[in-house]
Write a protein that binds this ligand. Sequence first.
Ligand code: NAD
Length: 416
Amino acid sequence: MKKQIKLIAAGVGSRFGVYASYARRHPDEVSFVGFADANEERLRLHAEEFSVPAENCFSDAKELFNAGIEADGAVICTMDSMHYENAMDAMKNGYDVLLEKPLALSEEHCLELRDTAIETGRKLMLCHVLRYSPFFTKIKDIIDSGIIGDICTVQAMERVEYWHMAHAFVRGNWGNSKRSCPMILAKSCHDTDALLWLCGKRCKRVSSFGSLKHFKAENQPEGASDRCLDCKYGDSCPYSAQNNYIKRVEEGYTGWPVDVVMRDATVEGITEVLKTSDYGKCVYKCDNDVVDHQVVNMWLEDDIAISFTMSSFNTKHGRTIRVLGTRGDIDADMSEAKIELSVFGKEKEVIDLSDSMSDSAHGGGDDRLFADFLSLLRGDATNSKSQTPISHTADGYLVCFAAEKSRLNGGAVVEL
Ligand SMILES: NC(=O)c1ccc[n+]([C@@H]2O[C@H](COP(=O)([O-])OP(=O)(O)OC[C@H]3O[C@@H](n4cnc5c(N)ncnc54)[C@H](O)[C@@H]3O)[C@@H](O)[C@H]2O)c1
């Protein structure tokens, strides 16, 4: 039988739900022994559910990490701007850490966290769920097998669904780069991370273009209101709060992103909330400034060229990737759970991963990542291909900062 891992957790909001859900289903593998959250109600509900005593519950993460609670590790799911301080506090108090992305909001802080982990010998694992999705692990296996030869080119795309963009990156937590961080860091750090991990090489040079083209005041339709509920375009605007939230509740759906606006939503309840909440604002009249489309070019060791595109104008969510090698190529679509493998001169093989990718969110990545963190704490994760030491994981972040620097500098090449 596996040893039960005891964890403390800071920030028990929306994302923490993934780990709470795992713990509910696998109580023999993991338990929570301390919580911190600024939201009293969330703190109380989680403490009740996981029988965490009041003396181990705090309104601030710092207090939790300084409380001397005996635990095998810490999970940090606070908002982006708190990651640096929280992870530092956790490591300095002797905890191994599972930290939500992004690692930190500045290059200096990312490097400090990396160096602190190395100096203190603490394990610092980032929640880069793509690495754990059977979709990406299969692509990694194919590349590492050598069957497609040496990689020359990778063409990757992250398709953010139009309503997801409106929810999270226009109206929501990640719309404004000063309150959170640039899109390349908030959303596409998963991609820079996965691309470097797949290639197993370091990036040497980066350039990038991108802008906020659509979600701004000048594109508000004539006569539109600044709040959706009294807007004449309510039904016809694809981004309206009516379409994004109320319609979903009418259809009986109350999961993400509806639950970010209101837990256990009813039509009447969410309609009332949207009258004043930021999630009821016109997408053309928010305080957002993060890009809605961006391309990044990366030049890696071994002459590997990667082009990555993020766009918010999609009906389909997910990633596509083509890996072109000297002896074959991979053409894969995550939303279709399908990988086409062609070895030059042989018949194409189509790999269907739909069964293995549907067992948890992020293409099956969420559960596998958390299970691997628990294995790491038990000391039996040495065979996981998805893990890399923090010294490597931090590299993907250096690409994000370089890309943003390049974008703001007209696409100039940034050397790493
Ligand atoms: N790995 C992924 O794919 C993935 C997916 C979604 C979100 N995330 C990341 O997860 C993190 C959390 O996102 P979320 O959507 O859960 O946000 P959230 O706002 O729902 O949760 C953050 C929680 O932190 C709490 N908090 C605020 N101040 C605090 C303090 N001083 N001490 C302790 N807790 C405090 C808030 O009350 C809230 O409950 C973000 O960094 C986000 O980027 C990662």
